[in-house]
Design a protein around this ligand. Structure first.
Ligand SMILES: O=C(O)CCC(=O)C(=O)O
Length: 257
């Protein structure tokens, strides 16, 4: 269904194997796409926000970003808050914009959805050690199903993502079956009885590896019960016609038609 909306021209940046994997399985992992400098900048961003939020007891909004923090009672490093996530971080933090929408990422996104490329939505996701929450099974497209699914989600590992600290889990080829009904349970999610556990692929990734997936791909992540944090960049791009009154994204393309 969604595949017809995706770019069918030969890829300029991805190999044909990588592109075939993305089309067929609904996702592809490109290793070492972020440089060490980019990884360091995202760690820096997290530290800088935790410093800015020192002493706060609740989340706050700034410059279009929503900062979800949690006060810490005791922490061996002396921190007083832990950052959980920053929603719409593309708008509020230039360093996120430069890293998560860098030219290498956009070249790959262009292979997948063609042009124009619009910014759609973003998060810096800090699944903290010993307490990062699980994300139930869902499709990103369910959040904005009035648009067309000519979109791709780009999930970049800043820390290593492992089974222990709650790496991404995906169901290969699930994007080909279209949108599944979602409901508001512990989160916006599907009926998890639909998931056949034998089909789950655990996307274990090293720092700098980046997962690209179709917005109709079923995915989830487990809680982080390990003592290792799991920091990640998440950004969505689309190539949809702009509809008046749409709720997400930007009307100014990052790359024009
Ligand atoms: O980073 C994760 O663990 C899951 C993120 C996700 O799927 C989402 O925010 O929609």
């Amino acid at each position: 269904m969604s595949d017809a909306l995706f770019n069918t021209a030969p890829p300029k940046t991805l190999s044909s194997e990588q592109m075939d994997h993305f089309r067929r399985e609904g996702y592809v992992i490109i290793e070492n796409l972020y440089t060490q400098d980019e990884i360091d900048r995202m760690h820096q961003l997290r530290l800088q926000v935790e410093k800015e939020a020192e002493g706060r007891t609740d989340g706050y909004a700034r410059d279009g970003g929503e900062y979800n923090i949690e006060p810490l009672v005791t922490d061996p490093t002396g921190r007083t808050v832990a950052l959980r996530k920053i929603q719409e971080v593309f708008k509020s933090e230039p360093s996120f914009r430069e890293v998560a929408a860098n030219v290498r990422i956009l070249d790959i996104v262009e292979d997948m959805i063609g042009r124009p490329i619009y910014y759609h939505s973003s998060k810096l996701m800090c699944k903290p050690a010993l307490g990062g929450r699980r994300k139930p099974w869902h499709q990103d497209f369910a959040y904005w199903d009035t648009m067309q699914p000519k979109q791709v989600t780009v999930w970049g590992a800043i820390d290593a993502a492992t089974r222990e600290n709650g790496c991404m889990q995906v169901i290969p080829r699930s994007h080909l079956k279209g949108l599944v009904p979602h409901y508001k349970g512990e989160d916006f999610m599907i009926d998890e009885q639909r998931i056949d556990e034998s089909e789950i692929v655990f996307a274990e990734m090293n720092p700098g590896d980046v997962l690209f997936f179709n917005v109709l791909l079923l995915h989830a992540s487990a809680p982080n019960t390990s003592d290792k944090p799991r920091l990640a960049t998440i950004i969505d791009f689309d190539s949809n016609q702009r509809i008046e009154g749409h709720l997400y994204g930007s009307d100014t393309p990052l790359r024009g038609a």
